[in-house]
Design a protein around this ligand. Structure first.
Ligand SMILES: [Zn+2]
Length: 134
């Protein structure tokens, strides 16, 4: 079967959530919280999708997380060729925030597993969130 390669590039407006990306470089993970209704957002949003307020505050997400779900990617998509052996993405709850990160532990995580989040660059130089078991 003949195939074609499509390269997609997305330009995302990040000016109002730039602190998130700066935070990753400083080893910190930030979400946002709506001062109007209290909704939490991760990844951070500059506007509340519940009450439409733009009165948001930055909240550092830290401490102990609990894995809620995960998936194993066996065939990395374009741009993730450095992970040719596959990789595992998990979602862990840190208080009121659900954070997605790359799992760095032995084997697969388990739902309910306690993890710590750290930031770091992947092999292509992009900052990411990594989880390690506690
Ligand atoms: Zn709100």
């Amino acid at each position: 079967m003949e195939s074609r390669t499509f390269i997609l590039k997305h330009a995302l407006p990040v000016a109002r959530v730039e602190r998130y990306w700066k935070g990753l470089e400083e080893g910190k993970i930030y979400g946002t919280r709506c001062r109007s209704c209290g909704a939490n957002f991760y990844p951070p949003q500059a506007d509340c999708s519940f009450c439409y307020s733009s009165d948001m505050e930055w909240v550092e997400v830290a401490g102990e997380g609990v894995v809620e779900c995960f998936t194993r990617i066996q065939r990395p998509p374009q741009g993730f060729e450095f992970a040719s052996g596959g990789y595992t993405i998990a979602v862990a709850r840190f208080g009121g925030f659900k954070v997605m990160g790359w799992f760095r532990g032995e084997g697969l995580p388990e739902v309910g597993m306690k993890v710590k989040a750290k930031t770091g660059r992947d092999e292509s130089g992009v900052w990411k969130v990594y989880f390690t078991p506690l």
